[in-house]
Design a protein around this ligand. Structure first.
Ligand code: AMP
Length: 217
């Protein structure tokens, strides 16, 4: 089992880049944000528990996150290659991930930090639209759908995430600074952190990461 993760502030492009990498590499895209949004939509127990945290832009409790990630790996098989997006977000989740991978006889192979200036983050989040059906991500200016409001990939309706409003975004950026940023030092100290300039197009960022991955084999 090989595992990598994408780290970076909200709006850095983790989901967009991960979707492109998943299309061209063996790494499966595991987005805890997407899993939680699906749980909320389905009204499952996890969704009911997560909803209020997400609406405020706060983090969902670590044990919920660790449980859904473990269940996903158990379902899809511990022999695959995984790419985590938006996970881990706290030190407790990072420690939990290490323990989980160890229990599968694996370890984290690499961490890619997507580096983007703050003003770019804000404009990316403000213009973001997501397909309600398949989760594909667009931007009203940088990456519009061919037909407004309709997903290019599946024809589903696109919408603005309820947590992409100004007040919630400010809190999400603060939460990132307070709780997630420390993971950068952790992974740097371990020698597995790759900093990637992610201010340009998703394809440019994907290619930078793919180059590193290709050098591993
Ligand atoms: P994202 O799609 O990654 O921006 O996540 C959207 C929201 O889901 C976050 O603001 C959190 O409320 C929640 N969430 C997603 N991933 C995690 C995680 N690893 N830990 C805690 N909360 C999470």
């Amino acid at each position: 089992m090989k595992t990598i993760l994408l780290l970076g502030a909200p709006g850095a492009g983790k989901g967009t880049v991960a979707a492109r990498l998943a299309a061209t590499t063996p790494y499966r895209h595991v987005s805890t944000g997407d899993m939680l949004r699906e749980a909320v939509k389905a009204g499952s127990p996890v969704g009911l528990e997560a909803r209020a945290f997400m609406e405020r832009g706060d983090l969902v409790p670590d044990e919920v996150i660790l449980r859904i990630v473990r269940e996903r790996i158990e379902r899809e098989g511990a022999s695959g290659a995984y790419m985590f997006d938006g996970f881990p977000r706290t030190r407790a989740q990072a420690d939990g991930l290490d323990a989980m991978l160890a229990s599968f006889g694996a370890k984290l192979n690499g961490v890619f930090l997507l580096v983007v200036p703050r003003e770019v983050l804000i404009s990316r989040i403000a213009g973001r639209r997501v397909c309600r059906q398949c989760g594909a991500v667009y931007h009203v200016v940088n990456m519009p759908t061919r037909v407004e409001g309709v997903c290019d990939r599946c024809g589903g309706p696109t919408y603005q995430r309820p947590d992409d409003n100004e007040a919630t975004v400010a809190n999400r950026l603060d939460v990132y600074e307070r709780q997630t940023r420390e993971l950068i030092d952790l992974y740097r100290a371990r020698g597995i952190l790759h900093e990637v300039d992610a201010a340009g197009s998703p394809e440019a960022t994907r290619d930078r990461i793919a180059q590193v991955l290709a050098a591993w084999v």
